[in-house]
Design a protein around this ligand. Sequence first.
Ligand code: SF4
Ligand code: MG
Length: 319
Amino acid sequence: MIFEAKDLKIYYRTKKGFVKAVDRISLTVKKGETVGLVGESGCGKSTLGQGLLKILPPKTFYGGSMKIEGEELISFSENKMREIRGKKIGMIFQDPMTSLNPIMRIEKLFYETLKTHEPEITEEEARERTAKVLEKVGIEPERMQEYSFQFSGGMRQRVMIALALVLNPILVIADEPTTSLDVIVQAQIMELLNELRQEYEMSMILITHDLGVVAEMADKICVMYAGQIVEEAINEKIYYEPKHPYTKLLLKSIPNTNIDDLELNYIPGSPPDLLKPPRGCRFAPRCPYKMEICETQEPKTFAVDNTHVKCWLYSEVKK
Ligand code: SF4
Ligand code: MG
């Protein structure tokens, strides 16, 4: 197993108490597997992505377990995490404009990144590796002399992908990698990611609010709601046989446009306050199938015909 989270908790400490942004999540990623993490904004998916790298505010609480190749990340010091970041777990962020230093030449940017993890690397070696990886993402190597502000949005995202790949990570976390791009460029970037993950046999966690985005790429999809995974199944199952009421609504609401979080308008109500989540099912206030038990007891996760679903509707099926 490349990555394994068990009963993982990531809570933000606030003056009013803990915000349970990720609450008792279990998740596995195998070699070469792409796992889609899908949900509305505020469901905890980005917290989870950043939590795996421990780049959240210093006082964030981590509980349970998250392991990369069997190594427990929760107990790692900041120094040890610095070795992991980039080298073992790469990250592709949503907005390359803010994550790329605009006043550094691309060449220097790659050199610095490589040098952090491979202090003995020469500038010449770094240049060669940079040229190779830029070519892979469809950028002419000569452009490494330029600054990131000289690139278009799509090109910047390619640079980000190349930067994540240059260290050969075993797991890449891509958080809304195409959200800020126009539709055509989005499709190109997704296609590129798809090719690269196959070529590099890379494992990937693909985070998105848009079920449409992960349709072609993810092997497995985890639907998140209010800090928890409510449904997990292989790709096709989620689309053709969704089980959790939230997944069903999410599928119905796939917009034919790419406006961020448009689906919020389609599912009535809003996600609960994670400072004080509902006692029973967190989706109960919005659920059309709500039963009595839903308001008082948190649903267990039931295994129903190769799907894992956290909903009382399936408690009979299992017996
Ligand atoms: Fe709806 Fe109850 Fe299932 Fe929650 S447990 S999703 S409230 S039916
Ligand atoms: Mg987000």
